[in-house]
Design a protein around this ligand. Structure first.
Ligand SMILES: [Mg+2]
Length: 269
């Protein structure tokens, strides 16, 4: 089923987004700005898309909010003058260069190191499974694992998580993660950034994401008063989602960002 059959196209939101004060646009990275690839290190940002995001940052507050490590997503995005958040918002580098780490984050590093060793041992026994040690999470990617062994990967993560009460299991597209069991997710960060934006006289707010971890952000956007524009990218748009608008794929994201920049330029120039 085409996403557009269920949710209106995100292009319908552009006139309202461009009409008010300086808008804020929050963007997930993988699956939203870049296509999902077999290995996370191959998810390189298309220079043309980087150019659009740079142009957008002249007219809007822009933040990239990723599950990747902050330094990893910063290196991939490679743009100054925008906010970049890693580890689902656990670590943030603001446009002005200041950094914020969620309180208590550093205390979790010993548990993450030790759980990482346990996880790594199990991962070695599963063909195709790849472990990634992030600063505030441990990820096991299973896109290259035979389907009949997927449950084994998820079971392994659950077993290790049981030994570390300060960590919990989180799921994404072909990835299972051990993350801090903190009251923190993309939605909390997006709510904080959005209220800061609104508080300083900013205009409408939009969030674009493709995965289950983006649902918290969609809810946060919908809970704003007045609500923002929650936009789902890709095939998950045909499933239950808190998003109100859809784009078919990452090419759709690029086209949408371009159209938004054009509309903002017309409005502001
Ligand atoms: Mg994503």
């Amino acid at each position: 089923m085409s996403p557009d059959a269920l949710l209106p196209s995100a292009f319908e939101a552009i006139p309202a987004l461009a009409a008010g004060g300086r808008p804020a646009v929050f963007l997930d990275y993988d699956g939203t700005l870049t296509p999902i690839v077999a290995r996370p290190e191959l998810a390189v940002l298309d220079p043309a898309v980087r150019g659009i995001v740079r142009r957008l940052s002249e007219y809007a507050e822009v933040a990239v909010v990723s599950g990747r490590d902050l330094e990893d997503v910063r290196r991939l995005v490679d743009l100054d003058g925008i906010t970049v958040a890693g580890s689902h918002g656990f670590e943030v580098r603001r446009a002005d260069g200041t950094r914020v780490v969620h309180a208590g984050g550093e205390d979790l590093l010993p548990a993450l190191a030790s759980a990482g060793d346990a996880l790594e041992q199990g991962v070695r026994a599963i063909t195709g499974a790849r472990m990634e040690r992030k600063r505030f999470a441990l990820a096991v990617h299973y896109r290259e694992v035979a389907e009949e062994h997927h449950a084994e990967v998820i079971g392994l993560a659950a077993t290790v998580a049981r030994a570390y009460p300060e960590l919990r299991v989180g799921r994404g597209k072909m990835v299972v993660e051990l993350r801090p069991d903190a009251e923190w997710h993309k939605g909390r960060l997006v709510a904080a950034l959005a209220s800061e934006h609104r508080g300083s006289g900013g205009g409408a707010v939009a969030y674009l994401g493709d995965d289950v971890t983006d649902e918290d952000a969609f809810v946060a956007i919908e809970d704003l008063e007045p609500p923002g524009y929650a936009i789902i990218v890709g095939e998950r748009a045909s499933q239950a989602t808190a998003a109100r608008y859809a784009l078919p794929d990452v090419e759709g994201t690029a086209a949408w960002l371009t159209a938004l920049v054009d509309a903002l330029q017309v409005d502001r120039d």
